[in-house]
Design a protein around this ligand. Structure first.
Ligand SMILES: CSC[C@H]1O[C@H](OP(=O)(O)O)[C@H](O)[C@@H]1O
Length: 367
């Protein structure tokens, strides 16, 4: 995607030191565009756990380069296992992290040590290029859904939750890819952007992305979505996901389940956009088998933003002695999902449809 006319991916190898990684620090958006360099395994691990980079596919791609950076420092078996273990521990919910690390380990574990670094960088680059192509395909399949609702030039109003845009992936995004393509095709599309407390990925990231691309949008508080659906203001919902089970249960940012319930109650289609790397073929029941990340209470009790004097400030919004809980994801049962927008097409959220669309992945036993 472009930022003020310049083409960007969410991560890239440093222009001078080709072994280190450059990222967009998403904790600084939309106030500042900072692109720090990650040169060590620990710097990559911190960038993922502290959400400088976030979004399931981007977490996986960044971790893949984390393995490559580790291999350049030390290509030993011990260093490879340490890198895999360190990166796997950064965030528990997005399956793309495990998928990418298993892929890197599979390529490297029996590979000659002197060639491990070069091979690791090549595999990480392949993961990134595949992600861009996959998301472009998701966009095209999702575009058809939006087109079907743009009858007679009618504006299509779409609600999305959190950020599943190009900065949650290597490029294009998942839930936002169809929206970008609809906008570029001249369809009158408007997006209601859930702010997405407590990290405000919608207010800070989705709004920033859509604004940079010229897509009409309105930021709303998380609790307004149901009200807008009841009053006919929403034509469809498209969200991203961090993990889908082999039976179609969807794990996504906290609050997604409530939007799915409101959509079902109002007869509004609820779509989930995802690459097949986000499907966990080893589990069926999302409620019992997907680990839900519990993040720091301070993400709930404080807020960070730009003060009116232009400075970046963090303020407390909860009494000092009040405890806070911060589950970062929830699970939407497959029965509430209208369809899964994948790189191979629209798939019903059920085991048979997923197995038919991805026959090579047959349901697997948990590792
Ligand atoms: C394209 S995956 C986007 C997915 O990841 C986000 O989680 P986080 O911001 O915590 O990494 C959110 O659940 C999005 O839907």
């Amino acid at each position: 995607m472009k930022i003020d006319g310049t083409a960007f991916r969410s991560l890239w190898l440093d222009e001078t030191d080709h072994w280190s990684l450059r990222i967009i620090d998403q904790t600084k958006l939309p106030w500042a565009l900072e692109m720090p360099r990650l040169a060590t395994l620990d710097e990559v691990a911190h960038a993922i756990s502290a959400m400088l980079v976030r979004g399931a596919p981007l977490i996986g791609a960044t971790a893949a380069y984390g393995v490559a950076i580790a291999m350049r420092a030390d290509p030993s078996d011990h260093a490879l296992q340490h890198a895999i273990t360190t990166l796997a521990a950064t965030r528990p919910t997005a399956i793309n992290l495990r998928w990418a690390l298993q892929r890197m380990q599979g390529v490297l574990q029996d590979h000659p040590k002197p060639e491990r670094a070069e091979t690791a960088y090549a595999e990480a680059a392949a993961i990134c290029d595949e992600d861009v192509a996959t998301n472009r395909a998701i966009g095209k399949h999702g575009l058809a859904l939006i087109k079907s609702r743009a009858t007679a030039g009618k504006r299509v109003n779409i609600l999305t939750h959190c950020n599943a845009g190009w900065i949650a992936t290597v490029d294009w995004g998942t839930a936002l890819a169809p929206i970008y393509m609809a906008h570029d095709a001249g369809i009158d599309v408007h997006v209601y952007v859930d702010e997405t407390r407590p990290r405000n990925q919608g207010a800070s990231l989705t709004a920033w992305e859509l604004g940079k691309h010229g897509v009409k949008h309105t930021v709303i508080v998380d609790n307004a979505g149901g009200h807008l659906m009841q009053r006919g203001a929403i034509d469809m919902v498209i969200v991203g996901t961090d993990r889908v089970t082999n039976a179609g249960d969807v794990c996504n940012k906290i609050g997604t389940y409530l939007k799915a319930l409101a959509a079902r109650d109002n007869g509004i289609p609820f779509y989930v956009a995802l690459p097949s790397s986000t499907i966990d073929w080893t589990i069926a029941d999302g409620l019992t088998d997907i680990p839900i990340e519990e993040r720091a209470a301070t993400e709930v009790t404080t807020m960070t933003g730009r003060a009116l004097d232009g400075s970046i400030a963090t303020i407390r919004i909860v009494p000092k002695d009040s405890p806070a809980a911060n589950p970062a994801f929830d699970v939407t049962p497959a029965r509430l999902v209208s369809g899964l927008i994948t790189e191979r097409g629209i798939c019903a959220a059920d085991a048979a449809s997923l197995a038919a669309m991805f026959p090579e992945y047959r349901t697997q036993e948990a590792a």
